[in-house]
Design a protein around this ligand. Structure first.
Ligand code: NAP
Length: 546
């Protein structure tokens, strides 16, 4: 077959960045500022990453706006004003578009282009990258900014093709408004996405049926508009905010308490939790130091939230079904607006699909083990193939033609050095990759740290005439072991969640996140760089390893 013109062309670049969300935009900016020829490739039609795709009703951020943004540019921070404590998706997407415009990033982003493969060529120390439509790119540095939770999990349910109504996944929501007026809607999933979407859809739909597998702890967000004075004050405190969140454990300025929940009397504890509940947001999670490490401490907060559910939900049977039993906070701690209150509406019903599992999607709706529910619309709020899903979607091959998926044994042997690099894949950098702190905090702070570390590293390589950098296998094993050992000191590993891969049928289990906190992790990465990139090997331009 004659090849197309595109197939014959090879674009030569210093660096390729995958994605144009928070990570990709900043990485592109820094590389370009440093004078490297760079292009970002993005499957979507615009910038934004998860904020481009997650247009579902109620989608909003769960970190406070004045901290959920870039802090690399004081000018940028001062030019943008957030309207509320927890802004909605359209506002966050506007922000990222504003960033792209301000720094004129769009001219170096190729939209609607999905990267199919990236293969490392040892003879040239370059990455050969191919897009799905056949374009070839050769680059020295291959940098993924694909997000930790961007590959949608649509459970393989029998009969979905037969459904006569419309169905959507929250992570791939249409650009046009989906009108639920007068419709019988079913929603599967009660994670962050479901908890945000349920109250909003319930207000519009004729009837909303929630298909719940695991009930969730969630606490009120207490969202509110920001005053001009508050925003002005944040801008004046820019340097302090930047310094504090970068040194913090989770990218937010309020330090968690240093007290054990078990140090206080039940009366004092009740008061602490009540105040945190009133404050909303992450306050309750931060109210004691050991909620995520001590089973008894965790039980105190879990009991408190269950009591709130019983207070809010009028029907005791529904309240019981909504009451979780896992360790609070070991699935992503959710904040909500009127979630439990929504179950008091006459047009909302709750189905426990753990008790009576979904058996199939029929032409008319959903059939569980004990009933059939007629529906016009089904919403899948069923989450993502987290951490490795988006990396595995590309055919990434390192030295000796070994694929990343094979090296990591489909996820069961995922191992990285610092969550940024992996042995056998020289000059590949993962922004917020597995075994970095990433999703256990306020993501933009984690992203900026990685981008800045990667940029410094690339500058070092160029300055010292080093062709490639590669993580050493022993340093990687030690880092993975350290991550697992730290995780095992917490309750995270005792709960089935997307953090552990348990949400995807057949996915290997493992907790691939560094739990030691953003600040300590940043210090460690800085130290590794200061020691001349300890734990990495260099390949010189003469192709010798040093
Ligand atoms: P999620 O937390 O993984 O929740 C998915 C939900 O779908 C769970 O309730 C899960 O039940 C259920 N589910 C999955 N497969 C199912 C099946 N086959 N049958 C029945 N139920 C099924 O996903 P998410 O809500 O999209 O959130 C993912 C992450 O994205 C969050 O943890 C957060 O980090 C991020 N996020 C953040 C925001 C925000 O900033 N506010 C908003 C949305 C998402 P099980 O619990 O039993 O597995």
């Amino acid at each position: 077959m004659p090849s197309t013109k595109k197939e014959n062309q090879v674009t030569n670049l210093d660096a390729v960045v995958i994605g144009a969300g928070f990570s990709g935009l900043y990485m592109l900016y820094r590389l370009r500022e440093a004078g490297l020829s760079t292009r970002a490739y993005e499957a979507a039609g615009g910038v934004g990453g998860v904020w481009y795709w997650n247009r579902y009703p109620g989608a909003r951020c769960d970190s406070e706006s004045i901290y959920y943004n870039y802090t690399f540019s004081e000018e940028l921070y001062k030019e943008w004003s957030w309207t509320s404590r927890y802004p909605e998706q359209p506002e966050i997407l506007r922000y990222l578009n504003f960033v792209a415009d301000k720094f004129d990033l769009r001219k170096d982003i190729q939209f609607q282009t999905r990267i199919q493969s990236a293969h490392y060529d040892e003879s040239s120390n370059r990455w050969n990258i191919r897009t799905e439509d056949g374009e070839s790119i050769s680059a020295t540095y291959f940098i993924t900014g694909v997000g930790c939770i961007s590959t949608a999990n649509i459970p393989n349910m029998k009969g979905l093709d037969n459904f006569k109504g419309d169905w959507y996944h929250t992570g791939h929501w249409p650009h046009e408004k989906v009108d639920f007026t007068g419709k019988r809607v079913g929603i599967i999933g009660t994670g962050s996405s479901g908890v945000q979407a349920i109250p909003v859809i319930a207000k519009e739909a004729a009837h909303l049926t929630v298909f719940q597998r695991t009930p969730q702890y969630t606490v009120p967000a207490r969202n509110h508009p920001h005053t001009k004075e508050y925003i002005q004050q944040a801008k004046e405190n820019f340097h302090e905010i930047k310094k504090t969140i970068r040194a913090s454990l989770g990218g937010l300025p309020t330090p968690p308490s240093d007290r054990s929940a078990l140090e206080d009397s039940p009366e004092v504890r009740q008061q602490v939790f009540e105040e945190a509940w009133k404050e909303g947001g992450p306050a309750i999670l931060f109210s004691y130091a050991d909620l995520l490490t001590n089973e008894d401490a965790n039980e105190t907060v879990s009991v408190f939230i269950r009591s709130k559910i019983r207070e809010i939900v009028e029907d005791p049977e529904t309240a019981e079904k909504l009451s979780p039993t896992y360790y609070y906070g070991t699935k992503r701690a959710i904040i909500d607006t009127d979630y439990f209150e929504t179950y008091n509406r006459p047009n909302v019903s709750l189905v426990d699909v753990k008790k009576a599992p979904i058996q199939e999607i029929t032409a008319q709706g959903i059939r569980t083990a004990d009933a059939e529910y007629e529906l016009d619309v089904i919403v899948f709020a069923t989450g993502y193939d987290g951490m490795t899903g988006s990396l595995f979607k590309m055919d990434i091959r390192g030295k000796d033609d070994v694929s990343l998926k094979d090296k990591w044994e489909n996820g069961s042997a995922t191992s990285t050095y610092l969550g940024i690099a992996t042995a056998g894949f020289p000059n590949m950098f993962m922004i917020t990759g597995p075994e970095s702190p990433s999703v256990l905090g306020n993501m933009p702070v984690a992203i900026e740290q990685h981008v800045e570390w990667v940029m410094d590293c690339i500058q070092y390589l160029r300055k010292h005439d080093i062709a490639a950098i590669e993580a050493n296998a022993d340093a990687e094993q030690a880092w993975s072991k350290h991550c697992r050992e730290l995780a095992d000191t917490t309750l995270y590993t005792k709960t089935e969640s997307w953090y552990t891969g348990a949400n995807i049928a057949g996915k290997a289990r493992g907790f691939q996140i560094y739990v030691g906190g953003y600040g300590p992790y940043r210090d460690h990465c800085t130290e590794i760089a200061a020691k001349g990139y300890e734990g990495f090997s260099f390949i010189t331009t003469a192709n010798t390893v040093v």
